[in-house]
Design a protein around this ligand. Structure first.
Ligand code: MD3
Ligand code: FE
Length: 208
């Protein structure tokens, strides 16, 4: 009898999708983005409680959170400048892994220092869930948790290491997920340690 997959349909992990040289090139791309669009520390809607993760974005739209709520907007919340373009290396990844989908509009950059985490949540601030979300992990390994489309569904823990890519399509697109912890010192990619996660997303429905 075939065993049931422990992951939601549409969850695809590609270990070591980016080799060391490609990871270094991607870190250089992200450093350039962050010079134009510095990391900011979002706060929770209503309570104003700061996130432990710092963020920035590239692409026509960026995800932000403040006391007023979660939303996508075309400018940085502090500088009010348009977000920088998504690096070509990431547009190429999207074209390779989601050839049917319209181009990504948002690339959220999450920066985790040791001790930072992200609670279990769904990504549902987009106007469309047809396209997958594609995630790239860089730096220290993280323990990632993924469940089903209901908060009460059982969850699984998966380690995401530097260079790993996850594609979340189909039912997995609306799965609950989060980051439990980092494994400090597990990678030497980032000179000050920590972890960068990039998530590419389609936000709006394509015109045609
Ligand atoms: C599963 N980021 O930015 S990446 C997020 O590592 C986010 O920073 C985590 O959750 C991080 O929203 C997890 C893997 C990931 C990204 C998007 C998903 C898993 C997902 C969307 C739907 C389901
Ligand atoms: Fe998420």
């Amino acid at each position: 009898m075939a065993e049931e997959s422990p992951f939601p349909t549409g969850f695809r992990l590609i270990p070591d999708c980016f080799d060391k040289a490609a990871q270094e090139a991607l870190v250089d791309d992200i450093r350039a983005v962050l010079r134009a669009a510095p990391l900011f520390r979002p706060v929770m809607p209503k309570t104003g409680k700061p996130f432990s993760v710092q963020m920035s974005n590239c692409g026509p739209l960026g995800w932000v959170s403040d006391v007023k709520g979660y939303r996508y907007q075309p400018v940085h919340p502090a500088t009010h400048a348009a977000w920088p373009q998504i690096p070509n290396r990431l547009l190429d990844l999207w074209a390779d892994l989601a050839p049917e989908a319209p181009p990504p509009e948002a690339c959220l950059i999450n920066y985790y220092e040791t001790g930072a985490k992200m609670g279990l949540h769904q990504d549902k601030d987009e106007d469309t869930f047809d396209a997958p979300v594609i995630s790239v992990s860089l730096g220290d390994t993280a323990t990632f948790r993924i469940g089903g489309t209901q908060r009460k569904d059982p969850t699984r823990s998966v380690r995401l290491a530097s260079g790993d890519v996850v594609v979340l399509g189909g039912a997995a697109r609306l799965a609950y997920h989060g980051i439990d912890r980092l494994i400090a010192g597990s990678s030497s990619l980032l000179k000050n340690g920590g972890r960068v996660n990039l998530t590419l997303r389609r936000v709006t429905r394509p015109a045609v």
